[in-house]
Structure formats: C-alpha cells, structure tokens
Design a protein around this ligand. Structure first.
Ligand code: PDD
Length: 291
C-alpha cells in the first residue's frame, strides 16, 4: 500500500487501485458534489461546517447522504492519519454512482453512491503573495443558477481560472449584471472607505466557510462589515480586494485587470484581519481543534 492512500467506497487503497467505472455518473454527467476541508498540523478548520455544507449540497441534488456524520468523521480522521497528518487538504467527492445504462434521469434508488476522498499537502500562500499581493482578472459569470451547491460541474470555473493563469494572474472574478460575484474558487471581499463588503449568501455564490469565519473575526475586531451587492464600480474603485478559500485563506489582490488596486500595495485592513485569522488558527492548533 502506498504511503498516501485514498479513500474509495469504504476502503483505503493505493491511488492506482481507486478506479471508477466509465459509467459512473460523476464521469458521464458531472452528477455529484464535493467538499475541501483544510487541516493544519492535523487539526481541521471548520470540519462540522464543511460536513453540513456537504449535507446541503447532497440534499439539493436529491442524493441521499451515504454516511452518518460519525462515519464521515471516522473515515476522514483515518484518511488524515494514514496520510501522516500535518497540513493537508481533504477532498471529498460523492457521485450518484454507476449503472450500466446511460440515462439522464436518476438511476434506481438502491444504486450506491461513489465516494472518494483524497488528502493532499496544503501549501500556505506563497511569501511573495503575502508581501506584494496577487493579480486577478475579471470574467463574465457563465455559471448556472445554483452556485450555492458545491457541484463537481466546474467547467466555467476551470475556464475562468485558466484564463487568469494565462494572464499571469492567480484568480478570476466573475462579473454578472454589473456586480462582482465571487472568484473561480473563492469568495470576494472589497474594502471601500473603511467598510468591508462581501456579497450576501444567495444562489449566486458558494457560502464559503472561510467567508463566514472572516466575517466573524472582522466583527470581533470591530470592523464595519456589510453583506451587500458589490458593484463593478466598487471593485474598480476598491481600496482593498481579497479572495477567501479553504486552500488560500485570505488572498490579497493588488492588481486587477493589469491595473493596481488603489496604490497597488497590500492594505491595512487585510493586515489586521490576516493577523486575526492566523491567531485563530494557532489557537485552534494549540487547543487541538473546534469543540
Ligand atoms: N473552492 N466560491 C467558490 C466557487 C469555491 O469553489 C470556493 C472554494 C469558495 C470558498 O469556499 P470555502 O471558504 O468554503 O473554501 C467560494 C474550493 C477550495 C475548491 O474548489 O478547491
């Protein structure tokens, strides 16, 4: 068995042995959902919230949750232990399973879901990005109308991220109806005149776990926060822009569409909140995790 086993339908196997049939509905239709949970020194950040969101995504696509909460926890902990603990991101994917006939309608109710979990090293943001910020581009939001579901159908996100990479940027920000919505794989925060803005939860965005945590920390720090529409002008005239996700934490954006954001430097609000975020993480690690 490899040193980095993956979870595959109830078993821990070598990645080379985790083979999904070509008729799996995840492969044929993208019929499934996923989650990404970060672990720091073997301690999860927001595990219960990620499993709640998985439960939500599954129920919104009418796919029965294959495991009880305790089973999920037990499998995830085993996966982390078998991958050596440390800083990891745990990827979970559940699809509507495999049946011989390709048919858009659901398969028989007793078709077992396909469950895959992978653990990979979690790298913190590059030091250069923490020092100078990242570049981002804007792209039209071509996604479907249920972005609150963490669906494995990610083509518009993939195309957008690739467009960013091709432009030498780290993230793409989706624009829709004159508003800046979120990133290809992250939520969007903008600071204008001392006020932190982020889009409210709706079917247009994924309700990010990092977003929620950052909102909580910002309010605790006495910052002024508004969950409200971010218009394209807010983005273009922002003092600060950040993108949040479980894998990149709070990424400061200092160039947008090849122009500097404000003066092109990382802003003071990001510095305060990044410090609060790192402290929260350190406390979590030293106390062994959330209750
Ligand atoms: N993506 N919005 C989108 C479209 C995302 O894909 C993600 C995360 C987020 C941030 O959510 P969270 O803070 O819960 O990670 C927002 C993960 C990391 C991914 O696809 O790999």
């Amino acid at each position: 068995m490899s040193a980095n086993p993956v979870f595959f339908n109830g078993q821990f196997v070598d990645p080379a042995q985790a083979l999904v049939p070509v008729v799996d509905r995840g492969f044929l239709f993208g019929d499934g959902v996923y989650e990404v949970i970060p672990f720091y020194q073997g301690v999860p950040l927001g595990m219960a919230k990620h499993l709640d969101r998985l439960e939500y995504s599954l129920s919104e696509i009418a796919l029965p949750n294959p495991y009880e909460r305790n089973q999920w926890l037990s499998y995830i902990w085993q996966l982390v232990a078998r991958n050596g603990g440390g800083d990891l991101s745990v990827y979970i994917q559940v699809t509507r399973g495999a049946v011989a006939k390709r048919d858009h309608a659901f398969p028989p109710a007793d078709t077992p879901a396909t469950v895959v979990m992978l653990a990979s090293p979690l790298h913190s943001l590059p030091a250069a990005v923490r020092q100078h910020g990242a570049a981002a581009i804007t792209v039209p939001d071509l996604r479907w109308a249920r972005c609150d579901i963490k669906s494995i159908n990610l083509l518009p996100n993939i195309m957008a991220r690739q467009q960013a990479v091709a432009a030498g940027a780290m993230e793409a920000i989706f624009l829709r109806d004159g508003q800046a919505i979120e990133g290809a794989a992250s939520n969007l925060f903008v600071v204008r005149d001392g006020v932190i803005l982020t889009q409210p939860k709706s079917t247009r965005i994924l309700a990010g776990i990092t977003r929620d945590l950052l909102l909580m920390l910002a309010r605790e720090c006495g910052e002024v926060v508004e969950e409200t529409a971010i218009f394209e002008t807010d983005l273009r005239e922002a003092d600060e822009i950040w993108m949040t996700s479980s894998t990149r934490e709070i990424m400061p954006v200092t160039r947008l569409d090849e122009r500097p954001v404000c003066k092109g430097h990382i802003g003071p609000v990001w510095r305060r909140l990044d410090r609060a975020y790192q402290e929260y993480k350190q406390t979590l690690i030293s106390t062994g995790g959330e209750s």
